[in-house]
Design a protein around this ligand. Structure first.
Ligand code: KMH
Ligand code: ZN
Length: 275
C-alpha cells in the first residue's frame, strides 16, 4: 500500500485560543505548530494565517511572512495555503496566496451552510476562476469537498477543462452544513472519485480519528489539526498539532502503514521534487 500522507491543518480561520490556547495566531506560533506537526510526521501544512489578534486574513504579505518563517525551520515541508480563507471574503482576496507560487493550494468545490447565518460561498464561476488560476500557475489543487455533490462538481469542471487529472480530493466531513462523518458517508465519498484520484480525509470534531483510521485501512491519506479538531481524546485538549499527528502515526504503525516523507508525498501527488 502507498505510504500515508499526513496533512496538518494547524490554524484554520474559525478556531480560537478560547477553544484551545495552543491555536496559533502569530508568526512564531505558526512556526512552532508547523514544526511540531512536521516533527511528528506531517509532510503537508495546510495553512491559514491570522493577524496577531487572531483575525483571519488572506493578505499576501502576511502569508509570505509565515511561509518564509516556516520554511526557514523546515525547508522541505509542503505548504498548502488555503484559498477558502474565512466566510465573507471576496474571490480575489482569497486567491492572494496563489501569487506566492505554492506547490499546492485548496480549491473549495461548492457552497455550504457554515453554522448560524454563515454561508461559505463558492459559486460555479468561483470554482472555475480558482481552477483556471491554479492551472495557469502550476499549483496542484487539493479539492476540498464537504459533500458528495461537490465531487460531482469537480468532475464536471474537469470535463470542461478547469481542473486537471490526476485529482486529489480532501473529504471534509462533519462540518455543520456538510456531509456527516459517519463511516457510511465516508464509503460513499470514497467510492465516488475516479480510480486514478487520491484523497485525504479531514474528519471534523469527534470524527477526526475514526475517519483517519478508515483512510489508513483504505489506502487513503489523513488530515488532522486544530482547524478540524482541538481534542486529543474526549475532553482532553491537544497540547500541539504535533500531538494530533503523533496519534495518527501510532494508529498507522499499529496497522502496518508507513508514513510518507515530504519527498515521497511529492512523488505520490505528482509534485515536482525539491531542487
Ligand atoms: N474557513 C472556511 C470558510 C479552505 O481552507 O480552503 C474555508 C476553509 C476551506 O477552511
Ligand atoms: Zn482550511
Amino acid at each position: 500500500m502507498e505510504k500515508l500522507i499526513i496533512t496538518a491543518a494547524i490554524c484554520g480561520a474559525e478556531v480560537l485560543k478560547e477553544h484551545n490556547p495552543a491555536v496559533p495566531y502569530t508568526v512564531a506560533e505558526c512556526v512552532r505548530e508547523a514544526k511540531s506537526a512536521y516533527d511528528a510526521g506531517a509532510s503537508i501544512i495546510h495553512l491559514h494565517v491570522r493577524y496577531d489578534d487572531g483575525t483571519p486574513t488572506q493578505d499576501k504579505a502576511r502569508f509570505k511572512e509565515v511561509i518564509d518563517a516556516i520554511k526557514a525551520v523546515i525547508p522541505d515541508v509542503i505548504i498548502q495555503p488555503s484559498t477558502g480563507g474565512a466566510v465573507g471574503m471576496t474571490d480575489d482576496e482569497r486567491l492572494q496566496p496563489t501569487e506566492l507560487s505554492p506547490e499546492m493550494a485548496t480549491l473549495d468545490c461548492g457552497t455550504l451552510n457554515f453554522g448560524g447565518d454563515e454561508v461559505f460561498t463558492n459559486t460555479e464561476n468561483t470554482i472555475k476562476y480558482f481552477g483556471d488560476r491554479m492551472i495557469k500557475l502550476g499549483i496542484k489543487p487539493e479539492l476540498e469537498v464537504f459533500d458528495k455533490s461537490m465531487i460531482d462538481m469537480a468532475l464536471r469542471l474537469h470535463k470542461k477543462g478547469h481542473i486537471v487529472k490526476p485529482m486529489h480530493f480532501d473529504f471534509v466531513m462533519g462540518v455543520n452544513g456538510g456531509i456527516s462523518g459517519e463511516l457510511r458517508d465516508f464509503v460513499f465519498m470514497r467510492g465516488s472519485i475516479p480510480d486514478d484520484a487520491t484523497y485525504t480525509v479531514a474528519g471534523v470534531g469527534r470524527y477526526e480519528f475514526p475517519l483517519a483510521m478508515a483512510a489508513i485501512i483504505d489506502g487513503g491519506h489523513v488530515r488532522v489539526g486544530f482547524e478540524d479538531n482541538v481534542y486529543l481524546s474526549k475532553g482532553v485538549l491537544a497540547k500541539s498539532n504535533g500531538e494530533l499527528v503523533a496519534k495518527v502515526v501510532r494508529m498507522a504503525k499499529e496497522l502496518g502503514r508507513e508514513i510518507a516523507t515530504p519527498a515521497e508525498t511529492r512523488q505520490i501527488l505528482g509534485l515536482k521534487p525539491l531542487q
